[in-house]
Design a protein around this ligand. Structure first.
Ligand SMILES: Cc1cc2nc3c(=O)[nH]c(=O)nc-3n(C[C@H](O)[C@H](O)[C@H](O)COP(=O)(O)OP(=O)(O)OC[C@H]3O[C@@H](n4cnc5c(N)ncnc54)[C@H](O)[C@@H]3O)c2cc1C
Length: 266
């Protein structure tokens, strides 16, 4: 299936891209989610603004107590980064389990977060790791915590005229962390993905992808665990049901993968 005709523009900088988004353009990064939706006519932007080669969106660095990942960094580059392996090993192993080599070599963390597929892997990981999303728009820079960023099915706090520029993650030195997923066997999207970060002082942060319409931090499970009770995953959440997994089976998987994640950080 081919797309309808559209205009392609390559941005020369973040400021240039933001200007083009204000004129109605849509950001194109790795194209691994946007182009398929255009082919299926689920999305029909007239102007694509290519931000995939902007040096400002590349690079992984440490800034004070945070690891800073450019929105245009590919899943593959995150999986291979020594800085990520040292400070956020869950991100390296999680990234290495996304799709296949061509998806990992083209797809970007910023594109995945902006797209907000309920089964995407990054959302659970960045929520559990208490990351902050940095966005640039016509009136400047805005920051939103990952926990508040995902607002519904394919919906986020990102405005249409904003570009995600960075994902900033506390270094979590001394913490244990893991991302465990039950993958769709062909695409490797998470039918259920559970990320757990256990800080050096034993506090747990639990987040899920794939389970509900939007990824979420499971505060109820965290509370149960902190009071020494067995945790029930996704208690009170509305659970997805589709041809991959019924509501009942997904809920069961959420508990299985929560227990696997807890065992991994024990
Ligand atoms: C076969 C296949 C298997 C896959 N398997 C997995 C998997 O196992 N797990 C998983 O998590 N994902 C999977 N994906 C999705 C993949 O990770 C995509 O790369 C990702 O979802 C989108 O990133 P992208 O850079 O390709 O974004 P694009 O497709 O270029 O853009 C996606 C959306 O994000 C917007 N956008 C892009 N960059 C920015 C930015 N910097 N600021 C604001 N908006 C932006 C675009 O406007 C668009 O709306 C798979 C994809 C394919 C095709």
């Amino acid at each position: 299936m081919i797309t309808y005709p559209f205009q392609y523009k390559r941005a020369s900088s973040v400021a240039d891209a933001v200007g083009m988004l204000a004129d109605g353009g849509k950001a194109l990064s790795g194209g691994h989610s946007l182009i398929p939706t255009m082919k299926l006519r689920l999305n029909a932007p007239d102007v694509l603004v290519d931000v995939g080669r902007l040096p400002e969106l590349k690079g992984i660095s440490v800034d004070g107590s945070e690891l800073v990942i450019g929105a245009g960094v590919t899943h593959g580059a995150i999986a291979a980064s020594d800085l990520v392996k040292k400070h956020l090993p869950m991100f390296a192993t999680g990234a290495s389990q996304i799709g296949d080599p061509s998806v990992r070599n083209r797809g970007t963390i910023g594109g995945s977060i902006a797209h907000a597929d309920p089964s995407a892997d990054w959302p659970a990981m960045i929520i559990a790791a208490d990351a902050t999303i940095v966005m640039q728009g016509p009136s400047g820079t805005r920051k939103v915590k990952a926990e508040q960023f995902f607002t519904g099915l394919f919906s986020t706090a990102l405005h249409e005229n904003e570009l995600i520029t960075q994902i900033r993650v506390p270094l979590h030195d001394g913490a244990k962390m893991t991302y465990q997923k039950f993958s769709q066997p062909a695409s490797r999207y998470a039918i259920v993905g559970c990320a757990v970060v256990k800080s050096a002082d034993g506090k747990l942060r639990v987040a899920f992808s794939g389970v509900s319409e939007a990824p979420f931090r499971d505060k109820k499970a965290e509370e149960q665990l902190s009071s020494g009770q067995p945790a029930e995953a996704a208690a009170g959440m509305s659970i997805l049901s589709d041809h991959y997994a019924s509501e009942e089976y997904r809920k069961h998987l959420a508990n299985v993968y929560l227990n696997r994640a807890l065992a991994a950080v024990a």
